[in-house]
Design a protein around this ligand. Structure first.
Ligand code: FA5
Length: 339
């Protein structure tokens, strides 16, 4: 075979092949053309197989042209297949086959726990606001009655982003931001992520979530605080739960109280979960300190208020008997899909 004959033959078969492919009206016709032009018994394959018998000076040029022809036919087939609506040509769409369901995720347990808590407070007349995760020293400490060098700063080990810029260690700074721009009365909750330089263990994480509560008006008393927190505890943990207020210290409240619920597992008789005490701590709270009101320009002689802050992970752990806080952040689907 001369070079010209082989090249002519290639040109011819490419042209007729391309024309036929462009005309093909369905996937079956395309498949037949693929077999005819590119299959094992095709003319082109015959030329490729014969290459080895050609004299070296012909082999190069005919080989190159054959490959170009093959590529042109292949891409024309692919293009036509796509313009006919995809498919691999072997199977037409069968509308009676069951569909393929993509895996669908669901709400993270921390999200649904936050929503549950926020719903309780919505029902009690609170509205929701948020503040920034990156705070300045003034909002996170100073305005909350924790001046520089005050020993209470050590209560929450802090991540610093710059000299006076911190990752907030609690959601309490949102109290300050809210009161600064809104006159009383205020009845709000502030959910959000907080950060502390802690060594993680089963109940401590260096990143966790809090929900803050703030109610300021004329004549708000500790009794209002007890009423609302008891309501909250019973709606979240069940009607038969007992609530206990224990004196405690936070610089931004006076008096301050920590709130315990009776152990849901042993019902108060003492077990491993409540460390034999019969009670489990769920949050910190108290009456807003007059110095805090002074910082935001409220008159502590005319308004009073209460505040509280709770850890969302701890509440989810108590509600579901989760033994280790780190499970929330490992994203192991076997854990997450249980809730
Ligand atoms: C505070 O953060 C105060 N801002 C709460 C407050 C607000 C008191 C308003 C009074 C008035 P405390 O550091 O105790 O307080 O944290 C509150 C809750 O966050 C704890 O009860 C606990 O549930 C949770 N918590 C604290 N540290 C961690 C941690 N490392 N990992 C997970 N949860 C934590």
């Amino acid at each position: 075979m001369s070079t010209e004959t082989a090249l002519d033959q290639l040109k011819q078969l490419t042209e007729t092949g391309l024309a036929a492919i462009a005309e093909a009206s369905d996937a079956a016709a395309l498949e037949a053309l693929r077999v005819q032009y590119l299959g094992r018994k095709s003319e082109l394959n015959g030329i490729l197989r014969g290459l080895k018998d050609l004299p070296p000076e012909l082999k190069g040029v005919v080989g190159k042209e054959s490959n170009l022809a093959k590529k042109a036919l292949e891409s024309a087939l692919k293009e036509r297949q796509e313009s006919l609506g995809g498919g691999d040509g072997a199977s037409e769409t069968d509308p009676t086959l069951p569909g393929v369901r993509p895996p669908v995720g669901h709400e993270h347990l921390l999200t649904s726990t936050s929503e549950l808590i926020l719903d309780v407070f919505r029902g009690l007349g609170f509205s929701i606001a948020r503040g920034p995760d990156v705070e300045d020293d003034y909002h996170n400490f100073e305005a909350l009655n924790i001046p520089k060098d005050h020993p209470a700063r050590d209560m929450q080990d802090t991540f610093f982003a710059a000299e006076d810029i911190v990752l907030r260690t609690h959601t309490s700074p949102v109290q300050i931001r809210t009161m600064k721009k809104t006159p009383p009365p205020i009845r709000m909750v502030f959910p959000g992520r907080v950060y502390r330089r802690e060594t993680p263990d089963a109940t401590h994480s260096s990143e966790f979530h809090q929900i803050e509560l703030l109610y300021v008006d004329h004549g708000v008393t500790m009794r209002d605080l007890k009423g609302v927190l008891t309501q909250f505890a019973q709606q979240v943990f069940g009607d038969d739960v007992d609530v206990r207020f224990r004196p405690s210290y936070f610089p931004f409240v006076e008096p301050g109280a920590e709130v315990d619920i009776s152990c849901f597992l042993c019902k108060g008789s003492g077990c491993r979960v409540c460390k034999q005490s019969g009670w489990i701590e769920i949050l910190g709270s108290g009456m807003v300190h007059p110095n805090v009101f002074r910082h935001v320009g409220y008159d502590p002689e005319t308004v009073t208020g209460y505040a509280a802050g709770m850890g969302v992970e701890r509440i989810a752990m108590l509600r579901h008997g989760i033994p280790d806080i780190r499970l929330f952040f490992e994203n192991d689907l076997r854990f997450l899909f249980q809730f």
